[in-house]
Ligand binder design. Sequence first.
Ligand SMILES: [Ca+2]
Length: 327
Amino acid sequence: MTVSGRYILRTAALVFSVFTVEGDVAATAAPAVPKDVGEMVVIPVGHFIMGSDKTDVDKKAQEVGSVKPWHVDERPQRKLRLEDFRIDKYEVANAGYRTFVIKANYWVPPAWARSGYLLTRSILDIADVDQLRHLATEVFQLDMDTRVMSREQLLDAIVQHQQEMDQLPVTGVTWENAREYCRWAGKRLPTEAEWEKAARGPDGREYPWGDQWDTARLNAGDDRLWPNHVAPVTAYESGKSFYGVYQMAGNVMEWVEDSYGPYAGSDYQSVAFVPDNKVVRGGGWGGVGHYAISHLYRGAYRFYLPENSMFNDLGFRCATDGAQIAP
Ligand SMILES: [Ca+2]
């Protein structure tokens, strides 16, 4: 049977156990990295604007229950120079992360155990019609009348649903999981500075597409197009950054390499400045409450989470040094 990472799915009706594989996978020191681990964009050497000198004069942060005043950790605004680097054009998608899980025999995101994403076709093929019906309704939660569907129709519906899930960003991964994926793919997490340059361009844009807030250019959680809130990683072409990087605002928040700390020259002090808190950028579909606050999607906005956090609006993308694409 095909092996699919460290994974066991149990449902009331049936138990599918997918065990770690034969020795050849675990024993291979450096499994071949497939080509589908993510198109990259070159961010050329040069200066960009990091941070901001804005002040929360109207105490907007308090209105939404934020203890931290807006902008306080973004100061002072600086002009920094970075060597050229590359960054993933899209958030890391489920499909790429699944390949990593299988090839590297890595831990499966807990959400996949509930969503059935890792159930392979070979496993589905041995399920009878009642088991497929149960999977379709209880695990995949397909919105269709499964009582009238044949075994083949159920299989087709499940496979199509899995293919749609391929294109969604992976979520529910810790900072370490994200780092391990990037390392496996021959990459690394972007630094906080690299992430901000890729998002804001060379001229310090407020949002990836420009300075005006525009809810049509990002998934801030109030877009009814997406039944489970999260959009495919290739969506929102109109919201891409100066360098052509997608969804640097919204969809899923993104881990970066750095721990949360004060910028050089800042006198702001915070108990949150500890190594275990990692910076998270870009804002996600979860937002705050049930409406999008434009502030959370600004290119300069800094958020942080303990490094073992897992959320369904938290993902990542990778970066690597230099402008040269490896053959
Ligand atoms: Ca994002």
